[in-house]
Structures are given as structure tokens and as C-alpha cells.
Ligand binder design. Structure first.
Ligand code: SAH
Length: 347
């Protein structure tokens, strides 16, 4: 049976070449073709002996998912991919000034059912392999390459919970970060989680100091239990110490995502609680006005309310950015396009 070579990490490739009696520099050569030159057919890898190309062809394939749909609006391109087993995932490519950022999915669906998120409504189907995660990145890199542009950042913030698919996600990050792989620096890689405490401690032992983003969304357990139900298992008094531990070990600030829902978590009372939680901590708050998902009763706040909330935090010395989502019209919110496409095309 052939293996998807994108799911082989550096150690596995090294072992493979050793097993077939080839020198270890073959790893660098093959990875250079796949991840740097964007050549995805073995017969085109011209610095390898013909016999070796044939052997690779026999043992491996390179799977780049089929693009079912691509929707472009302003600075955002949302891509819908079909995987080998016909499951569908999405990735979002965002251009901001001279930076290109790709948001990748890590699972088909999600089991955490946050009470404002479209992906949660689908339930959990399966984990993505590291190869399926890397393929989204390779597709984007190639797409940008053809436009004469580069991919600068990758954020693990698409469909699914990355820390619930720990091994495959880390495997993909290692190739993404490696100079002989895609070669994107740790500072340009972010991972967003609902807050799985044991995995946060595990992540702080990895050697790649990526940016950790926490889907906070509420400043107290009472509200967070409703919006992010996994909070009942890992409440704030356990989650926050894990974040500060990660920050200390990695020397990185923690990024807290806060989806704004009108009259639910966007009041000054909530802002005060948030300040008390994060004051004088290595924290950065990312405010995200909620993208409407019709199944939930919430409302996206007016720009006036959003600005007021932002100003309150700023005045109290909290680092804050407002993430204006240009993708709102094309529904670049987590999981939204997939739902619509399936509804429309009945696949
Ligand atoms: N499971 C991970 C990563 C995927 S979601 C996590 O929860 O962090 C990426 C971010 O988008 C999360 O902060 C999530 O809460 C947010 N999000 C989900 N649905 C949204 C919506 N409809 N509008 C705005 N942000 C949303």
C-alpha cells in the first residue's frame, strides 16, 4: 500500500531511506522538491536517480486535496477542500499589507460544541492527518507563489480543536517550522485552543515556541460554562495557570480570543472582570465581533459597543486588538462556508 509522503516526518523519511539503502541527504532533496520547489510528482525530481524516482512512486503518493470552491472577497479567500474520503474542510487565506496568513483546519467537524460556533453544530467526524494539514499549507503556498507572493504566517484556527488532535498537529508544525520543510518561524505560527489544560502543559515541553491563543470568550466560569462547555472540565482557575506556565517556558505572550456577543459578554461589567483576570499578565486580547450563525440567538454588537469595550480594556492597560473580519460577507467564520455549500449543492 502506498503512503501519503506528506504524513511522513523527518525521522520517518530518514528511516525509509536508510531501509532502502539510500544516503540520508535524500531526505533533504525530496523535502526540498515537495516543500520548497512545490513539485509534487516524483518523476519530476530531476536530481534523484531514475531508479529512486521509480521506487518513490511505488511506495508513496502526494495528496493535495481537490478545491471544490474558492470565494474571494476584499482581502480574504476562503477555500473549500475535498479530502480523499470525500470529507470537506476549509482554509482561509488572509492578506494584510504585505503579510499573507493561512488559517488551517485540524479536524473534520469538532466535538466541543461551543455555543456560538458553526463547526460545533456539525459534530465531530474525524481527525486530519499531518499530511492533510500540510496539504492545505502547500496549496496556499503554491497559489501565492503563482501570484509572485509568499506565505508568511500559519494559524491553526480553522475547523476543529487542534489540541484534541495533538500528535498530527505537532507533526505538521515540525515540518512547517523546519528549515528543510516549509521553514516558517515559530513566531509566525499560532495555535488556538478551547483550553485543553493537559495538552497546554504538553505543548510547553515542545521545542517550538509558537504563539498560543486561547478561546476565552468569557471572564468568569458561570458564563464560560455556557459559551465554551469544556470550561466545566477545565475551569479558569486551572486554565489560566497553564497559560502563564506556557508563557514563562516559551517566553511568549498568550493571545486571548474574545468573541463579542451583544449584551452577553460585551458589557462594561464583563470588561472589568476581564481586566482583573489579565491585568499585569503576559496577555494580549483579540476582540472578534461575532459572525452570525442563525442557529444561535446571539447578536453581533454595534461598532459603537465594540469600540467602547475595546477602549475600556485599553484604558486599563490591557494589550488589545480588534480583529475586523473582512470575511464576514463570505462567511469566513469557523465552519460557516462548509455548512452553506453542503446545504446548497446537496453533496
Ligand atoms: N477549536 C479552536 C480553534 C478553532 S476556532 C478554538 O476554539 O480556539 C477559531 C476561533 O474562531 C475561536 O476563537 C472560535 O471561538 C472563533 N469562532 C468560532 N465561531 C465563530 C463565529 N461565528 N464568529 C467569530 N468567531 C468565531
Amino acid at each position: 500500500m502506498k503512503n501519503n509522503i506528506l504524513s511522513f516526518d523527518i525521522d520517518q523519511l530518514t528511516q525509509y531511506f536508510k531501509d532502502i539503502g539510500e544516503a540520508s541527504y535524500r531526505v533533504n532533496q525530496v523535502m526540498d522538491w515537495i516543500y520548497k520547489k512545490m513539485v509534487w510528482e516524483f518523476y519530476k525530481m530531476t536530481n534523484l536517480p531514475i531508479k529512486l524516482r521509480e521506487k518513490l512512486e511505488e511506495d508513496f503518493y502526494i495528496y493535495i486535496p481537490k478545491v471544490l470552491n474558492k470565494i474571494e472577497e476584499y482581502n480574504t479567500i476562503k477555500v473549500l477542500f475535498q479530502l480523499e474520503d470525500k470529507e470537506i474542510i476549509e482554509a482561509v487565506l488572509i492578506s494584510h499589507k504585505n503579510r499573507r496568513t493561512l488559517c488551517v483546519s485540524t479536524q473534520v467537524g469538532c466535538s466541543f460544541r461551543c455555543n456560538f460556533c458553526a463547526t460545533g453544530l456539525m459534530g465531530f467526524k474525524r481527525n486530519l492527518s499531518s499530511g492533510e494539514i500540510l496539504a492545505q499549507i502547500l496549496w496556499a503556498k503554491n497559489f501565492l507563489f503563482e501570484r509572485g507572493e509568499n506565505l508568511n504566517n500559519v494559524v491553526y484556527m480553522g475547523m476543529g480543536e487542534p489540541l484534541a488532535n495533538y500528535e498530527e498537529v505537532i507533526k505538521s508544525i515540525k515540518i512547517l517550522n523546519s528549515p528543510i520543510g516549509i521553514g516558517i518561524g515559530a513566531k509566525h505560527i499560532s495555535l488556538s485552543t478551547v483550553g485543553l489544560v493537559p495538552q497546554i502543559y504538553k505543548l510547553s515541553k515542545e521545542k517550538i515556541p509558537i504563539t498560543l491563543a486561547i478561546s476565552l470568550h468569557a471572564p468568569d466560569n458561570e458564563l464560560r460554562n455556557v459559551l465554551v462547555p469544556i470550561n466545566k472540565k477545565y475551569p479558569l482557575e486551572e486554565l489560566l495557570p497553564a497559560c502563564w506556565y506556557y508563557s514563562e517556558k516559551m517566553g511568549r505572550r498568550i493571545s486571548f480570543e474574545y468573541v463579542l456577543l451583544e449584551e452577553i459578554n460585551d458589557t462594561i461589567e464583563m470588561a472589568e472582570k476581564l481586566v482583573n483576570l489579565l491585568k499585569n499578565k503576559p496577555a494580549h486580547v483579540n476582540l472578534i465581533p461575532w459572525n452570525k450563525v442563525s442557529e444561535f440567538p446571539w447578536k453581533r454588537p454595534s461598532i459603537l459597543r465594540i469600540k467602547k469595550f475595546e477602549k475600556f480594556l485599553k484604558d486599563k492597560g490591557i494589550n488589545v486588538t480588534l480583529r475586523i473580519s473582512y470575511g464576514e460577507k463570505i462567511k469566513a467564520g469557523c465552519g460557516q462556508l462548509r455548512g452553506e455549500f453542503i446545504g446548497r449543492k446537496k453533496i
